[in-house]
Design a protein around this ligand. Structure first.
Ligand code: KG4
Ligand code: ZN
Length: 336
């Protein structure tokens, strides 16, 4: 019996990842090699180091993904790769590698937008989920509310004007003395903190009513810490973490629910690195339940960057005839 096998390759930031996915939604293998330990020393991702590590690791990661899936290069129907957006030097490693692999094996090359990949994580988690629906994608680089019209057609309903939600988590975490990437440390600290200890702003945004702004919130938290330090007063880190997480969760939830109502969606999904956050998961799922909306969020291991999401979205792109030739290039900034 014929089944479709797609290899997905992801190298847009600090994870070198590859995966083989069968028939769009079944993960046969998923290998993620993270560089976090190395970037931690610098308090954030150092682009050149990221590129170099991708270059060193990509062959091993792809080979392992094929081995674990028990699939040969020649069994594949196509090779999908993240081509945008992300760190340009990091993207170029994956794109060049995927091109060479596709050419040498005589396989179609399938370009995948990183955000579309995140959106696809819910197809891997929920076999029956189908578009159309509204998706909140929140990660280190993006905060978008997206109308998912079909498997390959998207319309951006809202976006951030400045920092992404994950960036706000990470920069506040850094100011609070947590290591990079700080989002998960805020999440852990928030568990024993008082969400109402600090009253933090919901920054106003000009433009679309579904757009976000997180830089004001970030500045507010940094100033709070700075002022406390100057006065020599103690700030309870767990309380601040809980208040920050609660505020970010409220902002994301509030706009997503408003957009769903205004655009008449009764099905809502959550995706992106920040979808791992306990507070965001709880707030959006509760709000959707209250409104009677269907709600979907990826299992935690699929929230961060991985190859399976690229293989899954790549499968849908392939079915829709979205392939690339040898002129495919990486693009650092590209809206959906
Ligand atoms: O999707 P992702 O892996 O990379 C990008 O495409 O940006 O997202 C990474 C972001 C980082 O900002 C990280 O701190 C955040 O997701 N993140 C979290 C949690 N886990 C990851 N933020 C808050 N709570 C978490 N549990
Ligand atoms: Zn990502």
């Amino acid at each position: 019996r014929y089944s479709m096998l797609i290899l997905g390759i992801e190298s847009s930031c600090d994870e070198t990842a590859a995966s083989v996915v069968k028939d769009c939604r079944t993960i046969l293998s998923s290998v993620v090699s993270t560089q976090i330990e190395e970037h931690k020393k610098y308090g954030g991702v150092v682009p050149e180091i990221a590129s170099r590590r991708h270059c060193e690791n990509i062959l091993g990661v792809v080979r392992q993904a094929l081995d674990e899936a028990d699939v040969s290069l020649y069994d594949l129907d196509g090779i999908a790769v993240t081509y945008a957006p992300g760190l340009i030097g990091a993207l170029l490693v994956g794109v060049s590698f995927a091109k060479a692999l596709a050419m040498s094996a005589g396989k179609p090359l399938i370009p995948v937008h990183h955000i579309a990949g995140h959106i696809a994580t819910n197809y891997l988690t929920f076999p029956d989920l189908e578009p159309p629906y509204l998706c909140l994608v929140a990660s280190g680089g993006h905060s978008h509310i997206i109308e998912v019209l079909s498997y390959t057609e998207f319309r951006v309903a809202g976006r951030t004007h400045d920092d992404a939600a994950g960036e706000c988590f990470d920069k506040c975490a850094r100011a609070m003395g947590f290591p990079y990437p700080g989002g998960v440390h805020i999440d852990n600290a928030a568990k024993t903190g008082d969400r109402n200890a600090f009253r933090l702003p919901h920054p106003a945004v000009a433009g679309s009513e579904f757009d976000f702004s997180f830089s004001g919130l970030k500045t507010n938290v940094i100033n709070l810490l700075h002022n406390a330090e100057q006065k020599g007063t103690e700030i309870n880190r767990n309380d601040l973490a809980a208040s920050l997480q609660g505020t970010i969760a409220d902002i994301l939830t509030d706009k997503t629910i408003k957009a769903a109502e205004a655009l008449s969606y009764k099905k809502v999904t959550l995706a992106g690195g920040v979808s791992a956050n306990t507070g965001v998961r709880a707030a959006l799922s509760e709000a959707c339940a209250k409104k009677g909306f269907e709600f979907y969020m990826p299992e935690k291991k699929l929230c961060g960057d991985n190859g399976a999401m690229i293989a899954c979205q790549g499968s849908y792109n392939f079915i829709a005839g979205i392939t690339a030739d040898e002129s495919l290039n990486a693009i650092a900034t590209l809206s959906m």
